[in-house]
Design a protein around this ligand. Structure first.
Ligand code: AMP
Length: 468
């Protein structure tokens, strides 16, 4: 199927230009579907994960809808909050606001981001200048509402980004309180990777006659991901993790831990095993998290141990391996976690270290992903006989596999990471400027630091989407 280009989506020149400067040549599927709907003023319910280009799918048409009201006036009164984007974490909030800045850099629109765990005063100063686009985590936004440092009575577009995560994190009451402060007449957009019942209820109460865009099948996991379970005695998990990293010469592994303390302890133990490891979780300062993330992306650390909350929305997709050191308790978290791998036309591997108490959680995951995950014993690490049998799921195996001896396989060495093939037609396509009239004069030159940093991932992303 021939895909459309950005100019077919009718973006105004200031946006088309920003997109071109970022090196985007073709809209991703979620952008292709969502942009016209949002431009038409529809409410939208979109099933799309981080890494699909979902931020631009809402930021671009939102900016376009705001463009007629853009003002070069310095007066804060000319820049009321017209767009509110709620996100579950500060990392995602920062990334989303950064995207608004990048896409909107040729429009005289202002944006700001407010999130918890950071100085209120600096945020208040930003808000006082007046901003059309406000990206916020719910709790901190309510702090600002309470201290009357933000007014929401002119919000015309509300976006809930990663709505499922916000609900998981208990933000629903805050979200409802915020919605009550907004004008009734407004456009509502909801993005979510998964659609558990609570999201459906929220959708019903929030969205009016919404258009639906579904990028991956509901609750589906990437086909390019190989899932494997290593049954292991609980006390041998850490040793097994080090063994896997070392014997398979793994280079960049995101490891999920259930608790902050566990994550810290695990990173510490891995370092003792001479593996470069860092931890990222809610007790770490913003600066510490960013350093850990940058080191990991730059290949300075091999293992990044993360809690679910800390990893949410982070721009670290396309990893070769994700390891569940602790199995997630909510099966949706499994989908989110492994969404970090298998992107971009690259194959990925989701490895879960499963001890006897994890059996129920594993079964719930298998039900959600509709897949029986292979159990692979690693010699020297298997749990004792009876437990191993349960963990291997022998009773629940399909008849054809009953009686099969459990596979005891030495872990295979890491394959070199596949590269995106050269000469991909998507990237050789020249950009053609849109014929639509300009809404505002371009301003300021590009600072392309960010776009450069993202470009390899972008290439990978499109490679993956092409296949999908
Ligand atoms: P998101 O899903 O919004 O987190 O986007 C994931 C990454 O894809 C970001 O680094 C974007 O800069 C990049 N991206 C978004 N849209 C496109 C596009 N049309 N072409 C290339 N890269 C894109």
């Amino acid at each position: 199927m021939a895909s459309s280009s950005f100019d077919q989506l009718g973006l105004i020149p200031p946006l088309a230009q920003a997109v071109r400067e970022l090196g985007y040549e073709q809209p991703t599927p979620v952008q292709e579907q969502a942009i016209p709907l949002v431009l038409a003023g529809r409410d939208l319910m979109a099933g799309a994960q981080t890494g699909t280009g979902k931020t631009a799918a809402f930021a671009l048409p939102i900016l376009q809808r705001l463009a007629p009201q853009a003002s070069t006036s310095a007066s804060p009164a000319r820049h009321p909050v017209r767009v509110l984007v709620l996100t579950p974490t500060r990392e995602l909030a920062i990334q989303v606001e950064q995207s608004f800045k990048e896409y909107g850099k040729h429009l005289p629109l202002r944006s700001a981001v407010v999130y918890g765990g950071a100085d209120m005063d600096a945020q208040i100063r930003e808000l006082r200048r007046g901003v059309e686009v406000l990206v916020a985590t719910p709790g901190r936004l309510l702090d600002h509402v309470q201290s009357k440092t933000v007014m929401l009575n002119q919000v015309g577009i509300l976006t809930l980004d990663e709505a499922d995560r916000m609900l998981d994190m208990g933000f629903l009451p805050d979200i409802r309180r915020i919605i009550a402060l907004l004008p009734k007449e407004r456009q509502n957009l909801l993005f979510s990777a998964t659609f558990p019942d609570e999201i459906r209820t929220l959708v019903k109460s929030l969205l009016r006659n919404p258009a639906e865009v579904q990028i991956a099948a509901r609750n589906a996991v990437a086909d390019l991901v190989t899932h494997v379970v290593h049954p292991v005695a609980r006390e041998k998990k850490r040793e097994l993790l080090s063994y896997l990293v070392q014997t398979r010469n793994l280079q960049q592994v995101l490891v999920f831990c259930g608790t902050r303390i566990g994550a810290n302890r695990l990173a510490h133990q891995l370092r003792k095993d001479r593996i470069h490891a860092d931890a990222i979780h809610g007790d770490k300062s913003q600066a510490e998290r960013l350093v850990a993330l940058e080191n990991f992306k730059a290949g300075k650390s091999t293992v990044l141990v993360a809690t679910d909350v800390a990893s949410r929305g982070l721009d670290i997709e396309g990893l070769p391996q994700v390891i569940n050191f602790d199995i997630p308790h909510s099966p949706e978290d499994y989908v989110h976690r492994i969404g970090r791998t298998g992107r971009a036309g690259l194959t990925g591997e989701a490895i879960s270290l499963v001890a006897p108490p994890d059996m129920e959680a594993l079964a719930a995951i298998e039900r959600l992903i509709k897949k029986k995950i292979d159990r692979v014993l690693v010699p020297g690490f298997q749990p004792d006989g009876g437990t191993a049998a349960t963990l291997m799921g022998r009773e629940s195996r399909p008849a054809s596999r009953r009686g099969e001896a459990p596979r005891a396989t030495a872990p295979r060495p890491a394959a070199p990471r596949p590269q995106r093939p050269q000469g991909d037609p998507i990237f050789s396509k020249p950009y053609e400027p849109s014929a639509a009239p300009a809404a505002a004069a371009p301003k300021a030159e590009e600072s392309s630091q960010q776009s450069k940093r993202r470009r390899p991932q972008v290439a990978a992303l499109l490679g993956g989407l092409k296949r999908a």
